[in-house]
Design a protein. Sequence first.
Length: 67
Amino acid sequence: MGGAKAMMTNKTKGRRFPLLPLSGLLVYPSMVLHLDVGREKSVRALEKAMVDDNLILLCSQSEVNIE
C-alpha cells in the first residue's frame, strides 16, 4: 500500500468517525454526490465531520424502511 491510501490509513487508524446511514444509495470511493439529509442525527453527523476534519463514515442500510 502506498501514496495517499497509506497516508489515509495511518491518519485514520483507531479513530472514531461520525456515521451517516444511506437509504437506497450506494457510494463508491472518489464519487462526488449531493447528500440530502433530514434526520437530526444525520445533520449532527455531517456537522461533526465539518468541524473536525471533513471525514465521515457512510454506510448503506440493508432495510430502507427501518430507521
